[in-house]
Design a protein around this ligand. Sequence first.
Ligand code: GN1
Ligand code: MG
Length: 557
Amino acid sequence: MNDEQRSLLLELSSRFSPPQGVKLSYGTAGFRADASLLESTVYRVGILAALRSLKTGAVTGLMITASHNQISDNGVKVADPSGGMLTQHWEPFADSIANAPDSSSLVQLIEAFVKKENILLDGKDVAEVLLGRDTRPSGSSLLEAAKQGVASIARATAVDMGVVTTPQLHWMVRAKNKCMEASEPNYYAQLSGSFRCLLELVPQGSLTSSTDDKLVVDGSDGVGGEKLETLKSMLNDTTIEVRNSGNGVLNDGVGADYVQKEKVVPRGFDTADVGLRCASLDGDADRLVYFFLEPNNTRIQLVDGDKIMALFALFIQEQLSVLNKNEDLTVSRSHQARIGVVQTAYANGASTQYLKHLGLEVVFTPTGVKHLHEKAAEFDIGIYFEANGHGTILFSETYISCLEDMNNDLQSTSRGSERHKAASRLLSVGKLINQAVGDALSGLLLVEAILKHFGWSIHRWNELYHDLPSRQLKVKVADRYAVVTANAETVVVKPLGLQEVIDAEIAKYNHGRCFIRPSGTEDVVRVYAEANTQESADALANSVAKLVEQILGSSSA
Ligand SMILES: CC(=O)N[C@H]1[C@@H](OP(=O)(O)O)O[C@H](CO)[C@@H](O)[C@@H]1O
Ligand SMILES: [Mg+2]
């Protein structure tokens, strides 16, 4: 590092002092905290995003959001050049610079890291970071801090993409690095174009009734509602009604996280909506769940990420079986896609059973898209979903080019045949569904297209399988990191003896399943329980929560 670069870093970083007595961790999805604590963190992540761009010779992204957290929180995460999450082996560096006590220790850490990673700060390479933020009021000042962070690395440029959904920013990073047009209008054009293709290929006779046509969407009073309005106008769609699109308080009694965890009707919905197909986005629109209201009840029937995954898997399987029909086996061998589904321990046990029953390979990873995405990318077609509605379908580049070849062949030999349509549908899915990260808007359009394809109502879809009763609780403890887990978070290895007492509780219930883990986005330990009745699931979750509190001590202790 030359003197000029060192003094630039020292000068700019001295303007952003880290908060006292706070330990920051990159966590499940970047740094999150009360927004007032985050200026120096966002500044330092700006430096990191610029270094990552220099290291890879490609564009990176920086997103300012705290997703489903309360409005006073904020957060920051980095998009890697692929459009996916920051490579995990840079997370320790993120943690160490975020917690550096002053400018000189920060600069020392950076110097050591660029040396280790062989990043040429004095070379000719340039860096580019796309910046995005959600609608939180703290977003604009944090964005300024991010810009200063990028500007602290000579020859690094920040490009402000404005208020965007998290998946839009990831999509833009990916597109830019593939030398494609990467603006917001390009994003809408790709989604609406591929959605229209899927609708044109809906089999005749699959028409749904006009009540099944209507969809009401809860935008969580975040960025997603407003973006969906734009998408809707591009589609000339009159069947989608958007509510909670920014006039109320973000994530307050609304949104995908609230609806999925509490299983109650979100603000802005009432008895007039009974039976209608409804959906909820989260605060930064990377999660999607569906639901419908039951008559005379404040509770809802939740159609969660697991069931979205089941619907996607069924559709993909159907297209693959049509495509491979009557194919000469020796020729088709190269066309047979290896399809896999990826879940976490939060997936409802009934969904796992259903997917296995479809003959699919089911794999489990720890919580967090960074883990699921990586696993799904090992398949030709990898479908991943968290129960909370974050997920997508990944198509390998090799399989996409194979599909393109097949589609071209079929276009000339049997245009309009069932096999040709199946190939075209799969190619459209690959364009519609975000290949960088889970995306509520593209997921929503795919669900809508598939329901039309099958001619299904939300009720018919919900009947694919019946969820096992479950309960999720949060426990505030003195130090959540005292809990260490293994086996995709299903077993507690620390503190010693805790797993044994949890096992003893589970043994008291029919079909009981329960696990705990420290949250990576909130200062809590999460408890998840499943059993054959709701009362049992509640009782199991409650008793394990009490044990956790006893053993780990409450937060004020
Ligand atoms: C149980 C649960 O829903 N956990 C969520 C939540 O992570 P935690 O580490 O559990 O706080 O936020 C993550 C980011 O949105 C999401 O990936 C994850 O699934
Ligand atoms: Mg989110």
